[in-house]
Design a protein around this ligand. Structure first.
Ligand SMILES: [Zn+2]
Length: 153
């Protein structure tokens, strides 16, 4: 079982190692450096610079919401992504990547249409959901992947 989550503090940029057990207990740990709450259940922003640390080195599966300001379906999907982040807290980490501000990652993963939800496990993309989908459909895809990972350990 993965035990820690790497969470970058949005206030000071420090990388924090947060025990998954604390998140599962519903705690909201604070940054070790600046003491600001890390808001681990909120979908945090990930960038070209932090992608490797927060997505590819994550010990638990990560859902990355690829979005942009001008994209209407992205705005429709945003509250759904937010709910998924809370419901899957400690099991799946949910991050958001603005494709206009982070073109390197968007082109590396060949993002042609948004919204696109990319699911990563052990640093590799294992699933991709393109277009706005109902929450139940997204959760089904996520649950299948999370269960597959726990049965391997
Ligand atoms: Zn901090």
């Amino acid at each position: 079982m993965p035990e820690n989550l790497l969470v970058r503090c949005t206030a000071c940029g420090a990388l924090n190692r947060v025990p998954v057990a604390r998140i599962e207990r519903g705690e909201d740990p604070a940054c070790g450096r600046c003491k600001v709450k890390l808001a681990v259940c909120e979908p945090a922003a990930v960038t070209d610079a932090s992608f490797a640390d927060e997505v590819e080195r994550s010990e638990i599966p990560v859902l990355v919401d690829m979005w942009a300001e001008w994209c209407g379906p992205c705005r429709y999907l945003a509250p759904i992504v937010d709910q998924i982040a809370h419901e899957m807290a400690g099991r799946v980490r949910v991050l958001k990547l603005n494709v206009d501000e982070n073109p390197a990652t968007a082109s590396r993963f060949d993002i042609r249409g948004i919204p696109a939800l990319l699911i990563f496990k052990n640093g590799r993309e294992v699933d991709r959901i393109v277009g706005a989908q109902p929450k139940s459909a997204i959760l089904r895809r996520l649950e299948a992947l999370v269960q597959a990972s726990s049965s391997m350990t």
